[in-house]
Each structure stands twice: as structure tokens, then as C-alpha cells.
Design a protein around this ligand. Structure first.
Ligand code: NAG
Ligand code: NAG
Ligand code: NAG
Ligand code: NAG
Ligand code: NAG
Ligand code: NAG
Ligand code: NAG
Ligand code: NAG
Ligand code: NAG
Ligand code: NAG
Ligand code: NAG
Ligand code: NAG
Length: 347
């Protein structure tokens, strides 16, 4: 269906295509939009370039092509002060290396010993014979900080007792030669699996995965993932803590009768049921054992009984939530001065 909105969208695409065709973009570089980097560490800029059709013939891969990184603006040449790295120069403002193979249009670059003054946007330029060009429309924003960003924990599957849960912790690795080390603090035993991952924008991350079976005892326990980044001879640490919210059927269900001792016929006793559950108990039901079989007596967390002769005996309660039910032990309601029937005692 071609809705009006879609038509406008298509026209928009067509227009931008036309603009790209007639625009002055002699070089098209691909690199991430931004990179978060640690001071003192290195940064790898994943980079590739291609030369649009009208100029591609000018690129001769057998001729040495130099890569140039420009800080803050695309200006290049006499009187310009924004060249930070030029791969054919032996002395550069930045210590770095183009590790990609430029003949294969791979301009992946590493800068070492990064400082906060490196924070800026950077443009890429190639210099070869006879072709020289800068991509003015693409830059990478390098953000240098003293502390690493927190790793990110994600949880898959239902967080429910008895089911396996899978946790991922992911931490950026802007300097893949010195990736962070990830460790977990969990309320159970576990075996982590760690790997270096490539993100869709070609940046790298370390991913650590753990899987374990949940128990209601894990409810409201904290889990922590810690990323330790080696920087020079020291380490920089960042962590992420989250509390587990495990859903479980009612546990520790307890029936209590008050007063506890034998009672007189005609007096009041309270029966109260308690239980822990997540989500909370929605339904308490009371049963009396009569004739050896449980009979439902009441619903509600507690109820009051004006005692009659037939009320003596064993009671229990049942708590329910959406995950199941929990049953209490049986409690005895004893009646003063009556003998002979179940649950009564001699005065
Ligand atoms: C590329 O450069 C080499 C060496 O200068 C030259 O021999 C070759 O003819 C060039 N190729 C093209 C397609 O221009
Ligand atoms: C630059 O990187 C290349 C490819 O990884 C490597 O062979 C070369 O030794 C590096 N040069 C410097 C100065 O680090
Ligand atoms: C580009 O070079 C880098 C560094 O050598 C390498 O890790 C990456 O895989 C290369 N990219 C492609 C697309 O070949
Ligand atoms: C770079 O790529 C070219 C062309 O594919 C290849 O001939 C050359 O050996 C590569 N250089 C390195 C250092 O891998
Ligand atoms: C980084 O700088 C320190 C001191 O300034 C120097 O010792 C070290 O060799 C440098 N590292 C790299 C990879 O250039
Ligand atoms: C963990 O990462 C793996 C690999 O990227 C992915 O397949 C899985 O869905 C992720 N799980 C969670 C809980 O995010
Ligand atoms: C769990 O983490 C929170 C937030 O980080 C913290 O306030 C709380 O004290 C922790 N609880 C336990 C039991 O460690
Ligand atoms: C840095 O952390 C690693 C583990 O990630 C540890 O082995 C090393 O001793 C730590 N170094 C310092 C200086 O704390
Ligand atoms: C219990 O019921 C009896 C008979 O209906 C009544 O006389 C008595 O007052 C009631 N006791 C209480 C404590 O309500
Ligand atoms: C029973 O519960 C009611 C209301 O919760 C309270 O007023 C009463 O004193 C309790 N009776 C006994 C015997 O615990
Ligand atoms: C924990 O889970 C329960 C049940 O799924 C839900 O009702 C409750 O809102 C959750 N609590 C928090 C703090 O997320
Ligand atoms: C609680 O459970 C009992 C027993 O199945 C049922 O009779 C009663 O209607 C339920 N009450 C509610 C409020 O769901």
C-alpha cells in the first residue's frame, strides 16, 4: 500500500540520492559516530573509505595512499593547524598508526596515550597520486574521559524460580589491544563465558554471559558486573549493580491461631495466615480437617470464629498467587472442657 506518508518518504530518499550524486563528496568514509575513550589508553577508530564512481578510476591501489586525520574541521593545507596524524610523516602530533590496509581501503587507525585534549570530532582525508580528498560529511566524535563508562547488564528470559536465566554484561573496548576484564558477583555458582565482540558500527565490546537456574532465595539479591580496564601499569574500574526480582509461588506459609491454648465454646479465636510470595499472595483459603478430609472453611488472610463445639480440630491455610500455591502446616484448635471428639482435650 502506497500511503501518502510513504510517498513522501520515497520522494525524500530520491531527493537525497540526487543531492548525493551532485554533491561534492569525493570521498566517503565510514567510521563510528562516537567513541568513548579512557585517558592514558589507546583508541582504535574502525575506518573504511570508498571513492564514488566518478572518481574511482583515480584511485590506484598499487600507489601508496596516505591517511590523514584532521581535528575539529576539514580545512587542510597551508596555515592550517588541524592535522593530527599523517601516515607518511615520521613525526606527528599524535602517536598513532594506520593498522588497516589502505590498499584495501581500510583506514582503521590507532592512537596511543590518549589525553583529554584529544576530545573532538575528527575527519579523514586521503592523499595519493593523483587523488586527494576529505570526507566533509562524516566524522567521529572522540570523547576522552578519566573514568570508564559502566558496563551494561541485560537479562533474558522470565525471571522466575526454577527457570534458567541468562545475563549478559557488555563493556566497551575502545582499545581492543587492552580490553577490560569482566567479573561477576552473583548469589550463586556460575561459569562465565567471555568474548570480544564486534558491534554493528565496528567498535569492539567485551561480552560476558552467565546462565543459572533461579531460586526464590535469589529474590532481591544484588548482582554486579565489574569491568577492569588496564591503563599503563594501573587499572580503572567501573561496575553495574542491579537487584534481581524473582517471581515465585508462596513460600513459608504459616497458619496461626490466637489465642493459642484451649478455648471455651462461645469465645472468639482469630486464624491468621502469613506467607511470602512475588507477586504478593492474591488469595488465602482456610481448611478444616473433618472426617479425615479437608473442608474449605473461609477465605481471607485472617478470620474470626465464634467457637462452637464442632469447631475443634485441625486447620491449615493455603496461599496463592499467579505462580502457584503454598500450604501451611496443620494447627490445632482445642476446646476447653470437651472430650471424645478429634481436637478436644480434657480440662
Ligand atoms: C597504478 O600505478 C602503477 C605504478 O605507478 C602503474 O604501473 C599502473 O599503471 C597504475 N594503474 C592504473 C590503473 O592507473
Ligand atoms: C603499525 O601497524 C602495522 C600493522 O598492524 C604494524 O605492522 C606496524 O608495526 C605498526 N607500526 C607502528 C609504528 O606501531
Ligand atoms: C581493517 O583493518 C583492521 C586492523 O588491521 C582489521 O581489524 C579489520 O578487520 C579490517 N577491516 C576489514 C573490513 O577488513
Ligand atoms: C594490503 O593489501 C594489498 C592488496 O590486497 C596486498 O597486496 C598487500 O599485501 C596488503 N598489505 C599488507 C601489509 O597486508
Ligand atoms: C605513552 O606515554 C608513556 C609516557 O609518556 C610512554 O612511556 C609510553 O611508551 C607511551 N606509550 C605508547 C604506546 O606510546
Ligand atoms: C547476550 O548476547 C548474545 C550474543 O550477542 C545474544 O544472542 C543474547 O540474546 C544476549 N542475551 C541477552 C540477555 O541480552
Ligand atoms: C544492592 O545494591 C543497592 C544499589 O547499588 C544498594 O543500595 C544495596 O545496599 C545493595 N544491597 C545489598 C544487599 O547489597
Ligand atoms: C589489574 O587487574 C587485573 C585483573 O583484571 C589484576 O590481575 C592486576 O593485578 C590489577 N593490577 C593492578 C595494578 O591493580
Ligand atoms: C458467640 O455466639 C453466641 C451465640 O450466637 C453469642 O451468644 C455470643 O455472644 C457470641 N460471642 C461473641 C464473643 O461474639
Ligand atoms: C482478633 O482480631 C481482631 C481484629 O483483628 C481483634 O480485635 C481481636 O482482639 C482478636 N482476638 C483475639 C482473640 O486475638
Ligand atoms: C517485581 O516483580 C513483581 C512480579 O513480577 C512485580 O509485581 C513488581 O512490581 C516488581 N518489582 C520491582 C521493584 O520491579
Ligand atoms: C480463593 O480461592 C478459593 C478456593 O479455590 C475460591 O473459592 C475463592 O473464590 C477465591 N477467592 C478469590 C478472591 O479469588
Amino acid at each position: 500500500m502506497a500511503c501518502p506518508e510513504n510517498m513522501f518518504f520515497l520522494i525524500g530518499l530520491f531527493m537525497s540520492g540526487v543531492l548525493a550524486c551532485f554533491g561534492k563528496r569525493d570521498l566517503i568514509a565510514t567510521m563510528p559516530d562516537r567513541l568513548d575513550v579512557l585517558t592514558g589508553s589507546c583508541v582504535q577508530i574502525p575506518c573504511a573509505f570508498y571513492i564514488p564512481d566518478q572518481n574511482d578510476y583515480k584511485f590506484n591501489s598499487t600507489i601508496l595512499t596516505s591517511g590523514v586525520w584532521l581535528k575539529g574541521s576539514t580545512k587542510f593545507g597551508e596555515g592550517q593547524d588541524n592535522v593530527r596524524f599523517h601516515s607518511s610523516k615520521t613525526v606527528n602530533r599524535y602517536q598513532g598508526n594506520i593498522t588497516g590496509n589502505m590498499s584495501q581501503k581500510n583506514c582503521t587507525t590507532v592512537f596511543f596515550n590518549v589525553t583529554t585534549s584529544y576530545s573532538d570530532k575528527y575527519f579523514f582525508r586521503i592523499e595519493s597520486q593523483p587523488f586527494r580528498a576529505t570526507d566533509p560529511d562524516k566524522s567521529v566524535n572522540i570523547d576522552v574521559r578519566d573514568l570508564p563508562p559502566s558496563p551494561i547488564i541485560t537479562v533474558s528470559g522470565e525471571v522466575k524460580e526454577g527457570t534458567p536465566v541468562s545475563l549478559n554484561c557488555s563493556a566497551v573496548a575502545p582499545c581492543p589491544e587492552h580490553p577490560p576484564e569482566l567479573t561477576w558477583t552473583l548469589p550463586t555458582q556460575f561459569t562465565p563465558e567471555n568474548q570480544l565482540q564486534e558491534n554493528p558500527d565496528q567498535t569492539k565490546s567485551i561480552l560476558s554471559t552467565v546462565t543459572f537456574t533461579l531460586s526464590y532465595l535469589h529474590h532481591e539479591k544484588n548482582i554486579t558486573c565489574t569491568a577492569v580496564y588496564p591503563v599503563g601499569t594501573s587499572n580503572k574500574t567501573a561496575e553495574h549493580t542491579m537487584m534481581l526480582n524473582v517471581s515465585f509461588s508462596p513460600k513459608d506459609t504459616l497458619a496461626s491461631i490466637s489465642p493459642a491454648g484451649p478455648v471455651l465454646v462461645g469465645s472468639c479465636v482469630n486464624l491468621t495466615c502469613s506467607s511470602t510470595a512475588n507477586p504478593p499472595v492474591t488469595n488465602f483459603t482456610w481448611f478444616q480437617i473433618s472426617g479425615g478430609k479437608p473442608t474449605q472453611e473461609a477465605s481471607g488472610q485472617s478470620y474470626t470464629l465464634n467457637v462452637t463445639v464442632g469447631d475443634g480440630g485441625l486447620y491449615y491455610c493455603e496461599a496463592r498467587n499467579s505462580h502457584g500455591r503454598g500450604k501451611s502446616e496443620e494447627e490445632k484448635l482445642a476446646i476447653k472442657g470437651k472430650t471424645g471428639t478429634l481436637g478436644t482435650i480434657l480440662d
